[in-house]
Design a protein around this ligand. Structure first.
Ligand SMILES: [Fe+2]
Length: 197
């Protein structure tokens, strides 16, 4: 017999989340072990397990993926992922001490996580293990590696670079994807931009 309690609990679960029985019900002792068992047996999956797109697969970049040199002897990048549909991109930056990235404006928000080193970002310093969220539209002046630094950069869209005369460069997932392809092909991968936080 499918009790009203279970029926209500299932409806409550589907609309409100996994906490199926109310605090009052538990306090009153009206939730019995068999109620919970019955709930489990009758809880239907909320979606079909098999995905419509059976071509889905993880994308793995191994640790020994070679760095791409973007400024000789000073800066390197590993392009971990570029999102053709969303415009997002994820890279690892490696900057030697003293490297300075040009001023830029974010046309999307971005996440930075310092894996090692020390990065001077505007008025502050990011140290190993620090995380920085950069909002869409924010302006950033020069960014300097105070030590040999590596950081993970997750960017939701493009960045534009500028100087006192105006825009100087544009960087999106497409530039990274092309550079990665060029690197694979063994072509010259030097960039004329200084990307990153
Ligand atoms: Fe930035």
């Amino acid at each position: 017999m499918f009790s009203a309690l279970i029926s209500n609990a299932l409806m409550n679960t589907r609309s409100n989340g996994p906490d199926i029985f109310t605090y009052q019900q538990r306090q009153k002792g009206v939730v019995l072990p068999q109620d919970i068992q019955l709930y489990r047996e009758n809880l239907m999956p909320l979606q079909e397990i098999n995905p419509i797109n059976d071509q889905l697969a993880d994308i793995i970049v191994r640790a020994d993926e070679p760095w791409i040199e973007t400024e000789p002897g000073k800066a390197w990048v590993k392009v971990l992922w570029t999102g053709a549909e969303t415009g997002r991109w994820v890279v690892l930056f490696r900057w030697n001490k003293g490297y300075v990235a040009a001023p830029h404006k974010h046309l999307s928000d971005a996440h930075t996580y310092i894996l090692k080193g020390k990065l001077k970002v505007r008025d502050g310093v990011l140290n190993t293990g620090d995380y920085d969220y950069e909002p869409n539209g924010v302006l950033h002046g020069k960014t300097e590696a105070l030590e040999d630094t590596e950081y993970l950069f997750i960017c939701e869209g493009p960045i534009v670079f500028f100087d006192k005369d105006g825009l100087t460069n544009y960087l999106s997932w497409e530039e990274w994807a092309r550079m990665k392809e060029a690197a694979k092909a063994g072509q010259d991968t030097a960039l004329n931009v200084s990307a990153g936080s």
